[in-house]
Design a protein. Structure first.
Lengths: 326, 330
């Protein structure tokens, strides 16, 4: 017996999630273009198709909650509140980038917004989140630490070391796995016989749930339950989000390892289109609002690009000045 | 003055730091029980299990947790039982801790101390006896400290804990129970300041960790022959007090660089390169290095004894740089 009113998504929440996903989508589409135009540099990993996870999780976090991410981090940074123009400037290697141009796509950090950082080494971010969770608990607060990683990270030893320690010390950390079925260029089945990441952590007693990661509302609901418990000091927990990366592993990846998606398949998998259909059905979204969100976001991304282009490259001396903190 | 050991100096300093600052944590394998040598003995009793945390044998995760806690405002002191096991934590140390401040454009700080111990001489075999400090000095963002005395162990550890950067603090297992008189009103020893252990006129020996003691013994032996050797302990490799070394070389014109680590690619090579670039005209002889042969540390006692550089090798190196052969002939 489901109460149809309870199953309905609050319109403001729905619009907020939609806006966040559009911001990630359009930002990253532009980043893809700028990568091909050689304005964005280096190794760039896009999360197009996976926006539902970032939006569903980060929309519920406070400023003082801490988020860590991996090499595919733009969406998490955006959803946690990092401003688009500062991220764009960073990807362009400019002075006004989040990290003054010293980080780049795989190493975004925005301390002000609780985004303690992306790391380019797969799995290396997991223990860092445990450390922040420990710090939060020792300080007596109710802030939580969240770490995003892909299913590819789970085969690294440090993942199990971290899961073991997090459970042993009952750290208020929420592990969010974006299981997109691919570790870089090869499918999960070629890396492990364990189909579900939630099964990997089962013996440790981690509270866990596997959800459809392309259903942003499902992600949000599952994460809300975890978050409530983590605020009470419980943990760790693992939220496995089954999702689908629509771009290659990195921009320029020839993607010989998979077939292109049929249009109708894409309709099913795209978390943005799915939420929009739901919004229309539930009458909190119409064509006009959709266009308004999309256009407003395009303008914001244009502005971010303009900001990035106008920002100077950092002085060469910066590289030797910021090696040590004083 | 109080008599203390190198090990007691470390324990005392940790306790003082934990008393002074609730953000100081101690993490590592068996640290609540004091660890294999007892460096953390008594800390769990005084500061409790939340701040003195025993960990599983998970070097990478221990380091990562400490880095995360440091980024979130704490001052963790991690113990890695043997420097040889640091290899397991190198991603965290090299890719995360060392680069966090830099890659974040200065937003993050990692005030982490990683205590570990190295060195041979206890028949530990090739995986429990290494001197790996040169690897660490090659990583910008890390500071590398190698105390040779109890007083320096205490003073440098206090500074390392107060430092806003990741500091690797490399102790030496053979020095732990060395007794010495230490002043009661100790001051922290700031990182980057060498100590002239013994003043001399004829040659300078720059020595690290255990080799400081071996070099002083060599200097005393040579003094009987009228050779006056200055011994300098840099105490920290990063930052390196090159000025103190150069100042000495300008007076003695001869330099020996001595460490227990393998000579090939050892930190001595860096000191040699920097000194010759800065003071080539002041040198009267090629600089001589003392280090271990290019081989893993052997287990069999006579082989390990032969492998380890010590007083005899330093003496021979000083004679070589003075152009003297054994027996004092010119």
């Amino acid at each position: 017996m489901t109460d149809p009113a309870a199953a309905r998504l609050d319109g403001d929440v729905g619009l907020g999630l939609l806006r966040t996903m559009w911001r990630i989508r359009l930002f990253e589409e532009r980043v893809g273009q700028l990568t091909r135009g050689d304005e964005v540099h280096g190794l760039v990993h896009l999360s197009i198709g996976q926006e539902g996870v970032a939006a569903g999780v980060c929309s519920q976090l406070r400023l003082d909650d801490v988020v860590y991410s991996g090499h595919r981090a733009h969406g998490h940074a955006i959803a946690k509140g990092a401003p688009l123009h500062r991220i764009m400037a960073e990807l362009m290697g400019r002075s006004d980038g989040l990290c003054q141009g010293l980080g780049g796509s795989m190493h975004l950090v925005d301390v002000e917004h609780g985004f303690l950082g992306a790391t380019g080494v797969v799995g290396g971010n997991v223990p860092l989140a445990l450390g922040s969770a420990l710090a939060g608990r020792l300080l007596g607060g109710d802030q939580v630490a969240v770490v995003f990683f892909g299913d590819g990270a789970v085969q690294g030893g440090i993942f199990i070391e971290s899961v073991n320690l997090a459970t042993l010390w009952r750290l208020p950390v929420i592990l969010v796995c974006e299981n997109n079925g691919f570790a870089e260029f090869t499918p999960r089945s070629a890396h492990t016989n364990v189909e579900r990441v939630s099964d990997v952590v089962a013996p440790y007693g981690v509270v866990r749930e596997t959800v459809d990661g392309n259903d942003v509302v499902a992600v949000r609901d599952a994460f809300a339950r975890f978050l409530e418990n983590a605020r009470e000091g419980e943990g760790p927990m693992l939220l496995e989000c089954l999702t689908h990366r629509l771009r290659g592993h990195y921009e320029g990846d020839p993607e010989r390892y998979r077939e292109a998606l049929a249009a109708e398949e894409w309709q099913q998998l795209d978390p943005i289109l799915r939420l929009q259909r739901r919004g229309v059905n539930e009458r909190w979204l119409d064509e006009e609002a959709t266009v308004r969100i999309e256009q407003g976001t395009r303008d914001e991304v244009d502005e971010a690009v303009r900001f990035g282009r106008e920002s100077p490259f950092p002085p060469v001396a910066l590289a030797t000045e910021l090696v040590y903190a004083s | 003055m109080t008599e203390t050991t190198y090990l007691q100096a470390i324990t005392t300093t940790l306790a003082e730091a934990m008393r002074a600052d609730p953000r100081v944590l101690v993490l590592g394998e068996d640290v609540a029980e004091g660890g294999p040598w007892g460096a953390t003995r008594g800390l769990a009793e005084e500061f409790g299990a939340e701040r003195v945390r025993n960990t599983p044998i998970s070097e990478a995760a221990i380091c990562g947790i400490a880095i995360g806690a440091a980024q979130s405002g704490f001052r963790p002191v991690v113990e890695i039982m043997f420097v040889d096991f640091l290899t397991l934590a190198f991603d965290q140390l090299v890719n995360q801790a060392a680069k966090a401040h830099f890659m974040s454009g200065g937003q993050l700080q990692v005030p982490l101390v990683l205590r570990t111990q190295g060195g041979a001489g206890q028949r530990g075999g090739a995986q429990h006896s290494q001197s790996l400090e040169a690897w660490l000095t090659h990583v910008p963002g890390l500071k590398v400290v190698m105390p040779s005395t109890a007083a320096d162990a205490a003073g440098l550890l206090a500074s390392a804990i107060a430092d806003p950067n990741p500091v690797v603090f490399v102790e030496n297992k053979t020095l732990y129970f060395l007794r010495e008189e230490v002043a009661d009103d100790r001051e922290p020893v700031s990182l980057g300041h060498a100590r002239v252990v013994r003043a001399g006129r004829d040659a300078t020996v720059v020595a690290l960790s255990r080799l400081v003691h071996e070099s002083v013994a060599a200097a005393e032996q040579l003094a009987r022959e009228g050779i006056d050797v200055e011994v300098i302990d840099p105490r920290t490799l990063v930052p390196l007090d090159l000025e103190a070394i150069i100042e000495s070389v300008r007076r003695t014109h001869r330099l020996v660089v001595a460490h227990e680590a393998i000579e090939h690619g050892g930190f001595g090579a860096e000191i040699v390169a920097q000194v010759q670039a800065a003071a080539f005209d002041d040198l009267d002889a090629p600089i001589v290095r003392v280090g271990a042969p290019f081989a893993p540390v052997p287990f069999s006692p006579p082989l390990e004894d032969a492998y380890l550089p010590g007083q005899d090798e330093v003496e021979a190196a000083v004679r070589a740089t003075l152009g003297r052969t054994y027996g004092g002939e010119h």
